[in-house]
Write a protein that binds this ligand. Structure first.
Ligand SMILES: Nc1ncnc2c1ncn2[C@@H]1O[C@H](COP(=O)(O)OP(=O)(O)O)[C@@H](O)[C@H]1O
Ligand SMILES: [Mg+2]
Length: 495
């Protein structure tokens, strides 16, 4: 069951949208996948068994005690409601505190994940001490909440122990008086005292079981919380697969903000990219170029307006068919821990080795891959750390070649390459662009001058658009940017 739940949770996480991951830390989700489900399986492993075994013992002991002396048994039973009340009262508190405790361990996980992923930056800035300090703050918070849980757990167990000893004492007193009155024999009293343990033990055990139950249930709550979060972006009920596309993309009065209460990133943006053409976006960083690309793949949905491919709103297509028609080369390349070959194969899962090599050749990556000791079977390390940024970017380009999709998005695709490699990859990208609708985002204006249309974005939206020569003859902003010899970012302050 634990395994099934873990896999179900993981597969649910696969479909949660970008916006969910914008606001939820990975460490927290990790502890749900591991720790919470472990607690839960402890509960349903031992729980039912314990409840049955101790329940039977309690009933059996009651029958035996009743047959020895009904009056003494009745006296003992007066304690039972008190014991139950103690258990219920304490278990509510434990549940609350253990939820807090779980929150704290998740924060520890989040922090560890965050700092260790950025360990290179930490060491480069000699920030180990600060890292340890902020980590120990979280770790100490966890320690104190854990202490609270342990303390809280002692109340029911010690309370019930105390009550069970009181039961013993009551029996001794009442039994002694009964013997004096001649209504009970000494042998019966001794037998009675021996059997009392069978009655009190299940109740004491109840306290321990309560703790287990509360911890398990708190984990189950968190599990349900994630499972019941619907993916924000899903196929509409009547979604159709996107097939035989020509690749015309248009934005109609699109307004978009990432999260409510945040300012709009795009406001009333409209443009049209005819099928097979190349459109370049340029503008200062943070203006929303990457956001436009994310919207085309429907990773986020605009609050207002429509995005159309071949004249239909993209939300009318199934997500998988839409995304399979778009290949993107992004500025932040992510490689998975595995071989180079596996990483390129992401573009087409059933690709043969020959196809992978062909794609790598086109992306100008074959040369460096062949030089590695294990060639295409070389391990790239976690997040591709064993390759240079430029090499990673070429692997991403190889993925795009392999995917062979009709819409191509190049988001600062060559920004990490040196001049020579960029020139070589540029040829590859020219080849990749033919007969595809292409969106290029670049700062270096030399990279985009061949585009059919160049759109200059500013805070107010589209400032200028047209081909390179049209924009130059207009002698506007683009012309000014183009003529400035140092293409530094300051030029964008004009916008
Ligand atoms: N996941 C996100 N959540 C919230 N805001 C974001 C997110 N990604 C980008 N932004 C904001 O949206 C704006 C546009 O970002 P982006 O599209 O990446 O800019 P560009 O690619 O033009 O440099 C920026 O101001 C940035 O702060
Ligand atoms: Mg960007």
């Amino acid at each position: 069951m634990e395994n099934d739940m873990r896999q179900e949770l993981f597969s649910h996480m696969q479909n949660l949208s970008f916006s969910y991951y914008d606001t939820h830390q990975i460490g927290r989700l990790m502890s749900s996948l591991t720790h919470d489900l472990l607690n839960l399986s402890e509960l349903y492993h031992h729980g039912p068994e314990d409840y049955i075994v101790y329940g039977l013992r309690f009933i059996g002991a009651s029958i035996i005690l009743f047959s020895i002396n009904p009056f003494l048994t009745f006296l003992l039973y007066l304690y039972v409601p008190v014991m139950l009340a103690v258990t219920i009262f304490c278990s509510r508190r434990i549940r609350r505190i253990s939820a807090q405790n779980q929150q704290n361990i998740s924060t520890v996980n989040d922090q560890a994940e965050d700092i260790l992923s950025g360990i290179r930056t930490v060491q480069a800035y000699c920030a180990q001490k600060q890292a340890c300090k902020s980590f120990s703050a979280q770790a100490n918070a966890f320690l104190s909440s854990r202490k609270k849980v342990y303390l809280e757990e002692t109340y029911p167990s010690q309370g019930l122990l105390f009550l069970s000893r009181l039961m013993f004492l009551t029996t001794l007193l009442a039994g002694g008086i009964s013997i004096l009155h001649g209504t009970l024999s000494l042998a019966d009293l001794l037998a009675f005292l021996l059997y009392i343990n069978y009655l009190t033990e299940p109740i004491e055990k109840l306290a321990w079981m309560t703790t287990q139950l509360q911890e398990g249930l708190a984990g189950f709550d968190r599990f349900m919380n994630i499972i019941e979060t619907p993916p924000q972006i899903v196929d509409l009920p009547d979604a159709i697969p996107l097939e035989n596309i020509s690749g015309e993309i248009s934005f109609e009065h699109v307004s978009f903000r990432y999260h409510a209460q945040e300012p709009e990133v795009l406001h009333d943006l409209s443009f049209r990219i005819p099928a097979g053409q190349t459109v370049a976006f340029t503008g200062p960083s943070g203006i929303g170029k990457t956001t436009i690309c994310a919207l085309i793949s429907r990773f986020y949905e605009p609050q207002k307006g429509h995005i159309l491919i071949d004249g239909n709103d993209i939300s009318q297509y199934t997500l998988s068919s839409l995304r399979s028609h778009i290949a993107s080369v992004r500025q932040d390349v992510y490689l998975f821990n595995g071989t180079i070959s596996d990483n390129i194969r992401l573009g087409k899962p059933n690709a043969s080795e020959a196809e992978i090599i062909a794609a790598a050749k086109k992306a100008n990556a074959h040369h460096f891959i062949a030089k590695l000791p294990n060639g295409y079977q070389s391990q790239v390390g976690p997040k591709g750390i064993r390759l240079s940024v430029g090499q990673r970017q070429r692997i991403e380009i190889a993925r795009a070649f392999l995917k062979n999709a009709p819409i191509l998005i190049l988001d600062e695709a060559t920004s990490a390459l040196d001049y020579q490699s960029e020139k070589e990859v540029q040829h590859a990208l020219e080849a990749l662009r033919t007969n595809r609708t292409t969106i290029i985002i670049a700062h270096r204006l030399s990279t985009i001058r061949h585009a059919d249309c160049i759109i200059v974005l500013g805070k107010q939206g589209i400032l200028e658009q047209g081909s390179h020569s049209e924009l130059l003859s207009k002698n506007g902003l683009y012309a000014q940017l183009y003529k400035t010899p140092t293409e530094n970012c300051d030029t964008y302050s004009l916008i």
